[in-house]
Design a protein around this ligand. Structure first.
Ligand code: 9MG
Length: 280
């Protein structure tokens, strides 16, 4: 399984890590830490050295309750970081991803060397689908019920796995209709995005129903509140072991990309999964 990300191609025959780089003042676990471009680039390069295959640069917090950011501000936050990382990581094989829903940011990031568009709104913003189609970037289509500002108020599903899968396959169909080739598409159930703890656990328990579709699956569970709750309301900076455990469970169930804050630990854990899977 290979994912075409602009000039680079990712080998997904074994699970890989996407390192989180939030250039925001208010993300839930690292908000404000990497707001200065120099600090953000240094952290991105550290995650690449630790083995991340993808660095995901985001300029708008997606935590529950987060407010939207104007396009000019999002561009001001992410573009210097993407430009610097694209230069520093040229030839390394590491893919730069941009976590955005805005067509203007998609176009600018792709022109600056990003190879993956990570969209929590699955290209539903007007113009986003066309913006991706005009590039040769890969795209991650994520499921979310509602919007970050309100999504955790009262999430409801009849059958969370069926509804998430149906939604994602429909978004894949839209992508294919505008000419995005199959080797550029990844799907993601969107853990914590308009889902209760029970919904998240059900999605994880039945993850094979998504990985079995044949589309590469990305999961983002790192440091999320479900881990805090399962460990007795642990704060975000004490969720490493829980995060690594869920990364391993996801990869064993076929996830190909694991979005993580703690790259070195997650890379080591996924190497264990690859070793076990290679023998099967
Ligand atoms: C930006 N972001 C935060 N959590 C995420 C998740 O679970 N998946 C993806 N694709 N992006 C996420």
């Amino acid at each position: 399984m290979r994912l075409r990300c602009g000039a680079r191609t990712l080998d997904l025959s074994h699970p890989v890590v996407m390192g989180v780089l939030n250039v925001t003042p208010d993300s839930f676990s690292d908000g404000g830490k990497y707001l200065e471009p120099e600090a953000a680039v240094e952290h991105g390069l550290r995650m690449a050295a630790e083995g991340a295959a993808i660095i995901d640069v985001g300029g708008e917090s997606t935590r529950p309750g987060a407010a939207p950011v104007p396009v000019e501000e999002e561009l001001r936050r992410v573009m210097p970081v993407i430009e610097a990382l694209a230069g520093a990581l040229a030839g390394s094989g590491v893919v730069i991803s941009v976590d955005t829903s805005k067509p203007e940011v998609i176009a600018a990031a792709a022109a600056a060397g990003a190879g993956l568009i990570n969209d929590i709104r699955a290209l539903s913003v007007p113009g986003a689908l066309e913006a991706v189609a005009a590039t040769d970037c890969a795209v991650c289509l994520m499921h979310m019920q509602g919007e970050p500002s309100t999504m955790q108020l009262a999430p409801r599903y009849e059958n969370v796995v069926d509804e998430v899968r149906t939604f994602l396959l429909e978004r894949v169909r839209h992508c294919r209709t505008v000419g995005v080739s199959a080797d550029r598409i990844v799907i993601d159930p969107g853990f914590g995005f308009g889902k209760t703890l029970e919904h998240n656990l059900e999605l994880l328990r039945r993850l094979e129903e998504l990985t079995g579709t044949g589309w590469p699956v990305l999961v983002g569970l790192s440091r999320k509140s479900m881990i805090g709750r399962l460990l007795g309301e642990r704060p975000a900076d004490e969720r490493l072991h829980g995060s690594v455990a869920l990364a391993v469970i996801s990869a064993m169930k076929g996830a190909r990309i694991v979005r993580a804050h703690d790259v070195a630990a997650t890379v080591d854990a996924l190497k264990m999964v690859s070793a076990v899977q290679a023998g099967g």
